[in-house]
Ligand binder design. Structure first.
Ligand code: SF4
Length: 335
């Protein structure tokens, strides 16, 4: 059952909605009816707070432990240096074959097409990524296009970032035009947190842009908690599924956010209501500043085993870890 929405967008202009996002922690806390001087709040200097109005509307007022709030609130523990946590947790830099092109796995490459995001997730594994030096050029004869042309084993391009849907329709169209010239690229995958936090962005024009890709289009949403889904993003996500685009979701298992089999099972069912297949449940990437979201392995596995017992196989995400230098995601061994 798709729930009723509590939020009515004030405009269909997604850029205007984006410009109204919270950019100061104090404003967000005030909106959430919380103490702006809380003792655990951290500094926003190196990774500023950013939260769309829509996402903020899903946060329970007055609840300092709200699972959506915890994902976006700067915490003073982010400043601690914890052994084992690094700036490049998943080995992106070692796998960068051309500016903005990351090639880790045999048949697919990832393009970091923008550093911009509609929301700043405090656990983000790219929170220290050098976007200014890693912007892919997709013009004819560029390094990226030459790499893609000469590696015929690559059949899938993943648009990532940042959030690829922060690009204008014109930029996305031009990128798709370039990719359409490469006959071996049969799949275009878009990884986007924006899909669930800025529903105004998913409009018929955007659907038309992706419909021009010659092959199969896949969208991967990043939703961690069932509370992130409501009537508004249901309608927008349906625009994508109605067009025949395949929808998958990936989540991260985060302490105090979704560290419960009951919550994760509810998330899977809710995603399924929206025609989204739960695909991956990620173990936290060990990026500096995010250690407070981590849990001991035994606890993670206990949650996952209970999740498997609660869900049918088709709604059970694979529990994986992205480890630097590996040629695929690594399944977390819980059984
Ligand atoms: S939207 Fe994605 S890339 Fe942007 S901060 Fe969140 S997790 Fe990181």
């Amino acid at each position: 059952m798709i729930p009723e929405s509590l939020f009515t967008p004030q405009t269909n202009d997604w850029k205007l909605s984006l410009s109204r996002a919270f950019r100061r922690q104090a404003d967000l806390l005030e909106y959430c009816e919380l103490d702006v001087n809380g003792t655990t709040h951290g500094s926003e200097t190196d990774f500023p707070v950013r939260v769309t109005r829509y996402y903020a509307s899903l946060i329970e007022k007055g609840n300092a432990k709200d699972p959506l709030l915890l994902q976006v609130l700067a915490d003073k523990r982010e400043q601690q240096s914890v052994p084992g946590y690094s700036l490049d947790a998943v080995g992106d830099m070692a796998a960068m074959k051309a500016p903005g092109l990351i090639h880790k796995y045999h048949s697919r490459v990832l393009l970091t097409v923008t550093g911009a995001c509609p929301i700043h997730c405090r656990y983000c594994f790219r929170r220290h990524f050098p976007y200014s030096d890693s912007s892919p050029d997709l013009q004819l004869h560029s390094e990226v296009m030459s790499y893609l042309s000469s590696h015929r084993e690559i059949n899938e391009v993943i648009l990532s970032g940042g959030d690829p849907l922060m690009l204008s329709d014109q930029k996305l169209s031009s990128l798709i035009r370039q990719l359409n010239q490469l006959s071996h690229i049969r799949y275009l995958r878009i990884h986007s947190r924006l899909l669930s936090v800025l529903p105004e962005r998913i409009n018929p024009e955007l659907v038309a842009v992706f419909s021009r890709f010659r092959g199969k289009v896949i969208f991967v949403t990043h939703i961690n908690h069932p509370q992130e889904l409501s009537g508004v993003n249901a309608q927008s996500l349906q625009l994508l599924s109605a067009q025949g685009f395949q929808l998958f979701n990936q989540s991260v298992l985060l302490k105090e956010v979704n560290d419960s089999a009951a919550v994760l099972a509810e998330l899977s069912y809710r995603l399924f209501d929206y025609q989204i297949i739960p695909y991956y449940l990620h173990k936290l990437d060990k990026v500096q500043g995010a250690a407070h979201f981590d849990l001991p392995d035994e606890r993670l596995c206990a949650i996952y085993r209970e999740l498997c017992a609660r869900l049918p196989g088709y709604l059970t995400p694979k529990f994986v870890n992205e480890l630097s230098g590996r040629t695929s995601k690594t399944p977390v061994q819980c059984f």
